[in-house]
Design a protein around this ligand. Structure first.
Ligand code: LRH
Ligand code: MN
Ligand code: MN
Length: 424
């Protein structure tokens, strides 16, 4: 299904009066509104290929219909999102869920939709049909060198796919760890993993980055070999300048202070990328901003403070991606909501009066510090985000327009009700 520019313009026309009223009010209290709008227009959030289908849980899966059946259809779905919101201009692939058998055709298709290829994701947490050795007891940490070799070779293959598509980064998430005390020699598991990562690192092209993603628990429930940001940072530091830590919001123990983590990683020049999602309990992969929007704002606030201090470009110097998977919502609707939540948090963080905050911090004026932050957080920035979309030629209200166009119904007509998306 295609959405043409003309129908978006027509839709926006009908919304314009109400939007202008709300926008004029919002813009009147923002100092550099044009600067803020430009930043919002530049900011793009990558969509992971595995978020486009219904995820399910280990208890069951309830497919929604019209889900993408191939890599081409996944690209089309992200193209639709990008058309609607102007902020989803990249797709992140997972190998082997998305093997691009004809890379130049896939690349051309993505370009037609205005998409680039974000980080490539390797997969050594599942055994694939025909695979020689099992990852049951880990991949890069494995006691058997041959298993480690297999995992390294897979990652090198993923890099090759990425090169063919024009990607420039590899995300390595390992499920390696142990589920019972005594199962693993922690030091040896670390050393094996480091050695394997070093072999992958050596295969990175000159301009590539490697993101080492950590996760506190699951699928291993006693120890994870890349379990927290300290361990990830250790690997990244030992690997070299192309290696960075990747923060996934759902991969911490409850109540972890993620905003402090990102601040310190930025200070060290070792924050590479982000996986956005939200959670109440753990790696719930819920819609961004659906549970803890204030935390999301605080994270963005630290991100901007740290990035500005280092002269980094918000849009290009970190890898921004959603990492979600849903059981009961339309995945495309969910992604529209997620991107919107990210843009809102970003816009609010742009409004923080940094000078006032720094002055209040210097004077230990704790109440004032809170006031400054909450002044920005409690501002309704939705009209600013909508204005950025309008200027980018996207829909003023993407989710409403998605429903008006009956996108899901059309996709079901095209692809069928019973579709099994490849991946999770
Ligand atoms: C692990 C994880 C990782 C991906 C994805 C499928 O929980 O977040 O980033 O490989 O799930
Ligand atoms: Mn993740
Ligand atoms: Mn996860």
């Amino acid at each position: 299904m295609q959405i043409n520019k003309h129908s978006i313009q027509e839709y926006n026309q009908g919304q314009l009066q109400e939007h202008s009223r709300r926008y004029d009010f919002a813009a009147s209290s923002v100092k550099d509104v044009e600067g803020v709008l430009q930043k919002l227009m530049d900011f793009q959030v990558a969509i992971p290929s595995w978020a486009l289908g219904t995820g399910g849980t280990r208890f069951g899966r309830f497919p929604g219909g019209g889900e993408p059946r191939s890599l081409e259809e996944k690209i089309e779905d992200v193209g639709l999102l990008h058309r609607l919101n102007g902020a989803s201009g990249a797709i992140s692939l997972h190998i082997p869920w998305d093997i691009p058998t004809n890379a130049s055709h896939i690349k051309a298709l993505a370009a037609q939709h205005g998409l680039r290829f974000d980080a490539m994701n390797s997969n050594t947490f599942q055994d694939q049909p025909g695979q020689g050795l099992s990852y049951k007891f880990g991949s890069m940490q494995h006691v058997d060198k041959a298993v480690r070799r297999q995992a390294v070779e897979h990652n090198i293959e993923v890099i090759e796919h990425g090169v063919a598509l024009g990607s420039d980064s590899l995300t390595v998430w390992l499920s390696d760890g142990s589920s019972f005390p005594g199962q693993l020699n922690f030091r040896k598991a670390f050393e094996n993993t480091l050695e394997s990562l070093q072999e992958v690192y050596a295969a990175l092209p000159e301009n590539w980055k490697m993101f080492v993603e950590y996760k506190a628990f699951e699928p291993n429930f006693y120890s994870m070999t890349v379990g927290d940001w300290g361990q990830s940072l250790l690997y990244a530091n030992k690997l070299g300048p192309k290696a960075y830590t990747l923060v996934d919001l759902g991969h911490h123990l409850p109540n972890a202070n993620i905003e402090q983590i990102v601040s310190l990683l930025l200070m060290e020049g070792k924050l590479g990328g982000f996986h956005f999602n939200d959670s109440k309990y753990g790696d719930d992969d819920l819609t961004v901003g659906s549970i803890k929007p204030y935390q999301l704002f605080l994270i963005f606030s630290e991100l901007l403070e740290g990035m500005d201090a280092r002269g980094m470009n918000h849009a290009t110097d970190l890898g921004w991606m959603i990492d979600a998977s849903h059981n009961v919502k339309d995945p495309l609707e969910d992604l529209l909501q997620s991107v919107e939540a990210i843009m809102i948090a970003y816009a609010q963080a742009l409004l923080v009066d940094r000078k006032a905050l720094a002055a209040a911090q210097q004077e230990n004026d704790v109440a004032r510090c809170q006031e400054v932050l909450q002044e920005a957080y409690r501002t309704d920035v939705r009209p600013l985000v909508a204005e950025a979309r309008l200027r980018a030629g996207a829909a003023l209200r993407p989710l409403q327009f998605f429903r008006e166009l009956k996108v899901r119904e059309n996709l079901i007509k095209e692809r069928g009700r019973k579709t099994v998306a490849t991946g999770l």
